[in-house]
Design a protein around this ligand. Structure first.
Ligand code: SF4
Length: 327
């Protein structure tokens, strides 16, 4: 049934001036297919990738995203949410989501609304005729249930404005389908987590794609615990991006202040560089193998030195003395 729909009349429309489509691009299989389906309807494709501070989407590999855009001749726009006002807006959402969280710190509904709003801004700026996503109804437990998709549209003020070619036929008609800007008959009715349809289409389109994503640190329990402690610690202000970077690397301790202990050479180098930018203190020894420890101004230097001593040796009892502060 699906296959028939997919293969029917798949000829690019080439007549007339090109309409423009903004495709919210996660980098994964579904948004690649959605972009190709819309291209077939004669649109010039503009991909918008939102780079989130905690990862997300299917592909956080920018070269892979550049490569896809380049090989397909699509325009690519990166919305960087790790910097400036975009970042502050996002970390504020994570601090206090209006629509709840998933199993960990992940504020999926608010996150989607944020992404839609950022995408819509670019769509308007570029003068695109439509905004498209590769979302599939029922694919993800929290963020892509049918009702959730429609809720996201409503909360973003975009009811009837988000075109979802993969699941269009199981969703209400969008304004653009009603007006004939896009041809609903060429869209699909994919639902659920299985990806056979999309994989078959990728073969037909001869496109490569990464494995299914994940990649959002906010869904991870251990990471979320560290992040929550950081939010509580910084109080009224918001954490900055450098502080957040520590959470991905290094063992975290919290006593009066915050400390991070590198667990290998790569982490040692990384946390030292970040600490320099933050003007945090650093404990390490060039002459003796051991970890690098970075800590903020609230931390007692003697405590940090003791921690360094414990973690530069192999005596687990010594390390255990610090376990009550280890996150
Ligand atoms: S998992 Fe949720 S919070 Fe993370 S990027 Fe996806 S929608 Fe956003």
């Amino acid at each position: 049934m699906e296959k028939k729909t997919q293969t029917a009349d798949r000829k690019p429309q080439t007549e007339g001036p090109k309409k423009k489509a903004l495709v919210l691009f996660s980098g994964g299989l579904d948004s690649r297919i959605a972009a190709k389906m819309i291209e077939e309807q004669g649109f010039e494709i503009h991909l918008a990738f939102v780079k989130l501070p905690f990862g997300g989407g299917c592909c956080n590999n920018l070269p892979c995203i550049f490569n896809f855009a380049q090989t397909q001749g699509f325009h690519l726009h990166i919305i960087d949410a790790t910097k400036a006002d975009n970042f502050l807006e996002y970390v504020q959402i994570v601090k206090k989501p209006r629509h709840g969280r998933g199993t960990a710190m992940n504020p999926c509904k608010d996150c989607k609304i944020y992404i839609f709003k950022k995408g819509w801004e670019i769509k308007e700026k570029l003068g695109c005729d439509i905004m498209v996503t590769g979302e599939v109804s029922g694919q993800r437990p929290m963020s892509q249930k049918r009702n959730t998709l429609l809720f996201d549209d409503e909360m973003s003020g975009l009811t009837g404005k988000i075109v979802r070619p993969l699941s269009a036929k199981v969703l209400p008609e969008t304004d653009y389908e009603k007006e004939g800007v896009v041809d609903r008959e060429k869209f699909l009715s994919v639902e659920g987590r299985r990806r056979e349809v999309q994989m078959r289409m990728a073969d037909e389109y001869k496109i490569k794609y990464p494995g299914p994503g994940g990649g959002c640190l906010l869904c991870e329990e251990v990471y979320s615990k560290k992040l929550k402690i950081l939010y509580d610690y910084v109080g009224d202000r918001l954490p900055n991006y450098l502080e957040i970077l520590f959470l991905k690397r290094g063992r975290m301790f919290k006593k009066d202040g915050l400390l991070f202990v590198g667990r290998n050479e790569e982490e040692n180098i990384f946390i030292k560089e970040v600490a320099k930018d933050l003007k945090w203190n650093i404990v390490f020894r060039e002459d003796i193998p051991g970890p690098t420890i970075v800590f903020d101004q609230e931390t007692d230097t003697e405590f940090a030195k003791g921690l360094w001593k414990a973690y530069s040796g192999k005596d687990l009892d010594e390390r255990a003395k610090f376990s009550e502060w280890c996150i």
